[in-house]
Ligand binder design. Structure first.
Ligand SMILES: NC(=O)C1=CN([C@@H]2O[C@H](COP(=O)(O)OP(=O)(O)OC[C@H]3O[C@@H](n4cnc5c(N)ncnc54)[C@H](OP(=O)(O)O)[C@@H]3O)[C@@H](O)[C@H]2O)C=CC1
Ligand SMILES: O=C(O)C(=O)Cc1ccc(O)cc1
Length: 448
């Protein structure tokens, strides 16, 4: 096999259409590993990119036709909403008997576009790295979908290309992939997007809200992951949710669970809330044994409030001791476990195919439900404490709003809403990203 790979590296070309965050990650990794890589982005950026990457190990060509005609494996790494149009443009130029794949996060529309526009002699083996461009690829899941393959050697060829990522290969059909990513990614993003939208609506940077509210490890995860998502490109989250039909139902259930739980809080129906949450706990965590995925204590240090000088959010030990933390109703976390139960999803079944954010979201939910006394304290707070009522109301509205936007498949509205929130948090992104990256590193090393 080693000789074979050596020969492929000497004779074959890998093409990447779309040199954005993920395309660039692959171009760097593959070319560093000794593959011959050609890339393009939009034609109008050709001169600029040629100059920018003049010292890189990969080369830049004018457009997708020039990539397609020379490449033995072409990867489309473009926005989901534009994929069909881009494959219709360049697909027919694919080299005879080449292999084509893509990086889009939902595979049904990608496969449909490939089947529609690629010549029949072209094989389809597509991929999906289940992490963002700044995460170390090593050990992360990489889905490989062998959809149309005329020769077993072609799959070996793709495996040998992606082996330099050192990711864990997960073999699925495109239907299995879309079902699982709806269960994992789409609902996770809906939760963190809703938190950010709710804070932006009440114009609150939560970490500046005093030492006793939004304080502690779970709160730090909510804030840091939400800001991490809003500092990214809207189309990644829009594409993933809107183009995946399974995702619509899951996101709607999440909004419904948040609404129903909040109504029960308002009505003071303690027994009903407790019964409902214990049923969900039994379904999701009933078979849980061993250590928790995360520990609240390791997360306490990752608070943005440390970075705010001269504000009521000062976080020194003395003021922490004096102030008693207000227990949060944790509606966003109660709602996820409730919706997993109602959708019949066992989140642990999907670990093999999970993203870092999903594992973190599961980790904090698990902590809330399994750490002794925490669930009881949370139910107490939800019933009796008014401190989080307005936040919870805004959270419910935001969750329903995201669900409607996704159901109506409105990319424009998605972009507008996302960017409004993004604007609000923008001044905090440099610091939040730095802290978020450190937190992610700790979380990922602890969740292995
Ligand atoms: N970011 C992430 O965390 C992950 C993203 N993905 C998926 O991977 C894909 C790429 O994402 P990402 O790299 O983050 O997004 P980017 O926006 O960074 O990259 C997409 C690139 O494709 C370019 N493009 C658009 N039209 C064309 C065209 N006709 N020819 C060549 N290039 C074109 C875009 O240019 P322009 O910006 O001018 O439109 C952009 O540079 C998406 O489908 C995304 O859902 C998958 C895993 C993780
Ligand atoms: O970890 C997450 O959920 C992310 O937000 C990064 C991400 C975004 C899109 C993908 O298709 C895969 C991973």
């Amino acid at each position: 096999m080693e000789e074979q790979i050596k020969e492929w590296k000497a004779t074959r070309i890998i093409g990447i259409i779309g040199l954005g965050d993920m395309g660039l990650l692959y171009a760097n990794k593959f070319s560093e590993a000794g593959w011959n890589v050609v890339c393009c982005d939009r034609e109008e950026f050709y001169e600029e990119l040629k100059d920018k990457y003049k010292d890189a190990k990969f080369s830049i060509v004018l457009n997708g036709h020039y990539v397609s005609r020379v490449s033995d494996y072409v990867i489309y790494s473009v926005e989901a909403a534009n994929l069909d149009k881009i494959v219709s443009l360049y697909g027919p130029s694919t080299k005879v008997k080449a292999i084509v794949g893509g990086q889009t996060s939902c595979k049904s529309p990608e496969i449909a576009a490939f089947e529609k526009y690629l010549p029949p002699d072209v094989d389809i083996i597509t991929v999906h790295s289940l992490h963002g461009p700044k995460v170390n690829t090593e050990g992360q899941p990489l889905v490989i979908i062998n959809h149309r393959c005329s020769d077993d050697k072609n799959l070996q060829f793709i495996e040998s290309i992606v082996s330099c990522l050192k990711s864990k290969h997960v073999y699925l059909t495109f239907e299995e992939h879309d079902r699982i990513t709806a269960d994992t990614q789409a609902v996770t993003h809906a939760a963190f997007l809703s938190m950010g939208a709710a804070w932006a609506k009440v114009k609150v940077y939560p970490w500046t809200h005093g030492t006793n509210k939004w304080y502690g490890g779970l709160e730090n995860v909510k804030v840091n992951i939400s800001l991490r998502i809003y500092s990214n490109k809207w189309h990644v989250y829009a594409g993933l949710a809107i183009t995946n039909p399974h995702a619509h139902h899951q996101i709607l259930q999440y909004a419904t669970s948040a609404t129903e739980l909040f109504s029960l809080f308002l009505a003071g129906k303690r027994e009903e809330v407790t019964k409902r949450l214990l049923e969900a706990k039994k379904f999701v965590f009933g078979n849980h044994t061993g250590l928790l995925l995360l520990d609240d204590l390791i997360l306490e240090q990752y608070s943005l409030s440390k970075g705010i000088s001269n504000s009521e959010g000062s976080n020194d030990n003395e003021s922490k001791d004096k102030t008693k933390t207000v227990p949060n109703s944790h509606l966003s976390l109660l709602a996820i476990v409730d919706s997993w139960y109602r959708l019949g999803i066992n989140p642990y079944d999907h670990m093999i195919c999970s993203t870092p954010l999903f594992r973190i979201f599961l980790g904090v939910s698990e902590y809330l439900f399994l750490e002794p006394n925490l669930l009881e304290q949370t139910i107490d707070a939800a019933m009796n404490d008014q401190s989080f009522r307005t936040d919870d109301l805004e959270f419910v509205i935001a969750a329903r709003e995201w669900s409607s936007i996704v159901t109506f498949q409105s990319f424009d509205l998605y972009e507008e809403r996302f960017e409004q929130v993004q604007e609000f948090f923008k001044p905090m992104f440099p610091e939040a990203n730095k802290l978020g990256n450190e937190m992610m590193k700790t979380l990922l090393s602890h969740s292995k």
